[in-house]
Design a protein around this ligand. Structure first.
Ligand code: FDA
Length: 304
């Protein structure tokens, strides 16, 4: 039953028509728990609240299913406006983005142009941009673009997914770029030909790459709500005297608030991933797929 629900949510996340419909009706079904709001103002309000409790933020303007140059430009403009708003508000936040929303599926050149504009703007504010990792189809091209950008920019990082078999090799390869990596389990439905199908194997690989990347001496954003993985990371950090300046923990907006606050109280840097915008449906479906028990929460909200 759980597998069926997981597959259904993952399929819905990819449905263009469902996403389009949802966009028209605004944040619904309790999506507000995971998405800070539809406007930049909402997102900055959320950042202020999180900053006040000692947490820093990465802001993500949600945008999926971008198929025209116009849509890609609009999305890039929202990234620039987000960077401007962060600087104007003087809040502690950087930017996360998805390259498909900047036109990656239209042309690599278009996506590159948008990335250059965004990275230059971030650089002018002394800010940082993280490239989210999307499905396997986009993995190689995303890494290729990242490596190219990294030759020019210090303020760019990317995400690596523990569920992929190729990950250990990618981490070793990215070591040559002194890459700032966010390490995650992976949120997309992938074939067993490319990704571990079983959770224990993903968890083991996650632990292995945390160790590998930290011992390579590179910056790690350890992004998980899994307390066993967090415990493991803390052990590696302590045993190997990894300085606080080399890592941070990251969690998603609205998930495991208690764990976030506990880490802050222990003196760790915690960054919360705060998504905003009207293209919330795909993101929301991936959060439901991660934890089908969330569906009860959705049902409750439908009848409120
Ligand atoms: P796991 O799924 O095992 O969950 C551990 C515990 O956390 C659960 O038992 C539950 O208590 C809680 N939990 C987890 N997910 C929850 C949810 N949706 N609702 C309520 N509780 C939940 N993926 C990707 O492919 N590309 C990316 O760029 C990113 N970026 C990213 C940024 C940040 C900051 C985070 C935290 C995560 C991502 N992810 C991601 C998502 C990631 O791949 C993964 O799907 C989720 O983090 C869930 O995995 P956990 O590591 O939390 O473990």
């Amino acid at each position: 039953m759980e597998v069926l629900m997981r597959n259904t949510f993952q399929k819905l996340a990819k449905s263009r028509s469902a996403n389009k419909l949802a966009k028209r009706y605004g944040l619904r079904f309790g999506a507000q728990r995971f998405v800070a709001g539809e406007t930049i103002k909402h997102s900055i309000d959320a950042v202020r609240q999180l900053n006040a409790s000692g947490r820093v933020v990465t802001l993500d303007h949600l945008g999926e299913f971008v198929f025209t140059e116009e849509e890609a430009k609009e999305s890039a403009s929202m990234c620039l406006q987000t960077l401007d708003a962060i600087a104007q508000a003087g809040v502690q936040a950087n930017l996360s983005l998805k390259m498909t929303s900047l036109g990656l599926d239209i042309s690599r050149e278009l996506c590159m142009r948008n990335m250059h504009d965004i990275l230059k703007r971030a650089q002018s504010y002394g800010n940082f941009v993280r490239i989210d990792m999307e499905d396997y189809e986009h993995c190689q091209v995303s890494l290729d673009i990242y490596k190219e950008l990294r030759k020019t920019y210090d303020n760019v990082g990317i995400v690596i997914q523990a569920y992929l078999y190729r990950t250990e090799q990618d981490i070793e390869d990215l070591n040559r770029y002194r890459a700032n990596l966010r390490l995650v389990k992976g949120a997309y439905k992938e074939s067993p030909k490319v990704a571990f199908p079983n959770k224990p194997d993903v968890d083991d690989n996650f632990k292995a790459i945390i160790t590998q990347h930290l011992l390579n001496g590179n910056y790690a954003a350890i992004a998980t709500h899994d307390e066993e993985i967090i415990r493991y990371a803390k052990d590696v950090i302590k045993t190997n005297n990894i300085p606080n300046s080399q890592f941070e923990f990251q969690m998603l907006y609205g998930i495991c608030e208690d764990v976030q606050k506990k880490l802050v109280s222990e003196g760790f840097k915690v960054r919360v991933y705060v998504p905003y915008g009207n293209d919330w449906f795909g993101y929301f479906m991936r959060r439901l797929a991660e934890r089908p028990a969330n569906v009860w929460f959705v049902l409750k909200n439908m009848f409120k």
